[in-house]
Design a protein around this ligand. Structure first.
Ligand code: NOJ
Length: 606
């Protein structure tokens, strides 16, 4: 009786623990998809993408296997930096829809098993934000909401205006300090002057940003991508009330360029982590009795610093900081560089933390334009089949290319500031053009006569519909990889990476029950014969079965290839499995099973 009671208690405990924890694993192998809402789908014909448009196209996200979607900002904003200048953190921008649309999106996406994550922009607000206006007017409680300083006395007696408080430069060029005529002080902005930096030394700011997180968690979003986290906190004034200047970096002689200085006082200050730990606590609090709520950090820094975002032995930090290593890969990359990139990253990720691979985003040139459409297939295989979470920027699943735009069509504030001669160097618009759904006018994105950014010239041939119909396409490759991601070998398998020669990268994922998946990528422009795979990887057997070929391959999924006769065309990439090895393993397993049964029958029972 006591035994039964104990079992019952154990079962009840198990059920309670499972329920209390919710799904704690979903993000660890997630296929995360970034939507740039302005360019995804326009539902109301104004030429700008919106939330209803996303709802209308949820089937696409389910079709390509997205587990979660993060939306670039959809909050009220004057759109000086297209939503990264928020004037009301608690409301949806009219051009994107309403709060009801957002709630509907969360509900409808959940029905398809897709989680919605929002962009959390904690470093700065819009200069139109009520908090900033109150701070300009020094209203009670808001006096120190932003970073204000009277500036340095001007040595020129004829000029009454003080000099900026320090030499700090904005990421978008020029001084990071702007004089405010009403308050008669400088304010800090590490991006546009219209994006004043919040002051994280002010407890009220920290409380307010916690309110923001809770507000959206209360409508059941599943987490946040955290914007511009390295910039969150800056050095404080010294005892004399001065901000310290930053030293020169020697990277450029252009005094207005962000890289002119070494950012020792404005990036990744220790206080940044205190804030991350506080946000993480909020996530954990909301995860109790529910599925895990996540925070992912946008942090491109040197590896040792990126790793700090995970937290430490006493404090949990981000679920993961994005790994932008693949975003930095360019045409001409060599196999050993890719091997070093993977090995360095994997050995840096602290034990029991989750790795991740980002293929692109709205700030970087598109993958197919960076490395060429052919090698892009191989990089996509890396993104999707290396251990951990995989992050895809909208349009990469059909291999969209950057669209070069005229200065007149350019919208990115960073590029507009640079003027007609230089805008091309910094513009992020080429990777932000609307999604190419089909070959109808405006690529099926909008019924308006114009769109906020022009549609890319190639939309009649490069679009989702055409790729669905084609026997081979980037879309089909992507779907194949997405399906493969569901297997235990990709989720949990061991990783081994080899550069077979200067051009050919090989990596394997091995799982005891499922055998080996092996990926070969020819990064070069010549034909390569691969003969020594068996020397580098164990248990491959005599032949390999093609699982996912790149778009230009002559091989089909299911084809068998003898191990010592593998030839790779220029830039060809292939995913294989060791089917023979698997068969052998199965036969051996069967034989062992039969032997044990026979042994039991004849010996144990006697
Ligand atoms: C990073 C965002 O990705 C980028 O688009 C934006 O301009 C800056 N942060 C400023 O918020």
């Amino acid at each position: 009786m006591a035994f039964k009671v104990n079992i019952f208690i154990c079962l009840a405990y198990f059920v309670v623990v499972c329920y209390a924890n919710g799904d704690t694993e979903w993000w660890k192998h997630a296929q995360l998809y970034q939507i740039y809402p302005r360019s995804y789908m326009d539902s109301n014909g104004d030429g700008i993408g919106d939330i209803k448009g996303i709802i209308n196209k949820l089937d696409h996200l389910a079709d390509i296997g997205a587990d979660a979607v993060w939306l670039s900002p959809v909050f009220v904003s004057p759109m000086k930096d297209f939503g990264y200048d928020i004037s009301n953190f608690f409301e949806i921008a009219k051009e994107y829809g309403t709060m009801d649309d957002m709630k509907l999106l969360v509900t409808e996406a959940k029905k398809l098993g897709i989680r919605i994550l929002l962009d959390f922009v904690p470093n700065h607000t819009s200069d139109q934000c009520e908090w900033f206006i109150k701070s300009v007017n020094e209203e009670e409680g808001f006096e120190n909401f932003y970073v204000w300083h009277p500036g340095k006395p001007n040595p020129d007696p004829t000029n009454p205006k003080n000099l900026p408080p320090s030499n700090w430069i904005s990421v978008f060029r020029n001084s990071a300090w702007t004089w405010h005529p009403d308050r008669q002080e400088y304010y800090l902005h590490q991006f546009l002057p219209e994006q004043p930096d919040l002051n994280y030394r002010e407890p009220a700011v920290r409380e307010m940003m916690q309110r923001v997180l809770r507000f959206w968690l209360d409508i059941e979003v599943d987490g946040f991508r955290v914007d511009a986290i390295p910039h969150l906190v800056e050095a404080d004034v010294d005892d004399d009330g001065h901000y310290p200047d930053e030293p020169k970096s020697d990277l450029t002689e252009d005094e207005d360029d962000y890289s002119y200085l070494s950012h020792v006082h404005t990036r990744e200050r220790e206080e940044t982590w205190t804030n991350i730990f506080e946000w993480r606590k909020t996530m954990d609090e909301y995860s109790y009795f529910k599925d895990t709520k996540v925070i992912f950090m946008e942090a491109s820094s040197e590896m040792s610093i990126v790793m700090k975002y995970y937290g430490n032995a006493t404090h949990e930090g981000a679920h993961f900081p994005f790994n932008f290593d693949l975003v930095n890969v360019r045409a001409g990359v060599k196999a050993n560089q890719l091997k070093t990139l993977i090995d360095t990253y994997m050995s840096s990720v602290p034990e029991d933390r989750v790795p991740n691979w980002v293929a692109g985003n709205h700030d970087q040139p598109r993958m197919a334009s960076r490395v060429g459409p052919e090698l892009a297939d191989g990089i996509m295989m890396m993104t999707m089949l290396l251990p951990g979470a995989a992050v895809t920027y909208q349009g990469e699943e059909i291999g969209m290319l950057d669209q070069s735009l005229s200065f007149e069509d350019t919208q990115d504030p960073q590029a507009c500031k640079d003027g007609p001669d230089m805008y091309n160097l910094t513009s992020r618009d080429p990777q932000r053009t609307p999604f190419q759904w089909d070959n109808t006018p405006n690529a099926g994105f909008s019924t308006n006569s114009t769109t906020w950014l022009p549609i890319a010239d190639n939309y009649e041939t490069l679009n989702l519909l055409a790729q669905k119909a084609a026997p081979r396409s980037t879309y089909k490759l992507y779907k194949g990889l997405s399906q493969l991601r569901r297997s235990d070998v990709v989720k949990y398998g061991d990783l081994k990476v080899e550069a077979l020669d200067a051009d050919v990268l090989a990596f394997s994922r091995f799982h005891e029950d499922e055998g080996t998946v092996i990926v070969l990528i020819n990064t070069g422009d010549t034909i390569k014969s691969v003969t020594d795979l068996h020397l580098k990887f164990d248990n491959l057997g005599e032949s390999l079965q093609v699982l996912v070929p790149c778009v230009n391959s002559e091989w089909d999924s299911g084809d068998m290839m003898l191990l010592n006769e593998i030839m790779l065309k220029p830039y060809e990439s292939l995913v294989f499995k060791n089917s023979v090895g698997l068969l052998t393993t199965s036969i051996i397993t069967l034989l062992i099973g039969v032997s044990i049964t026979v042994f039991n029958l004849f010996f144990i029972d006697v």
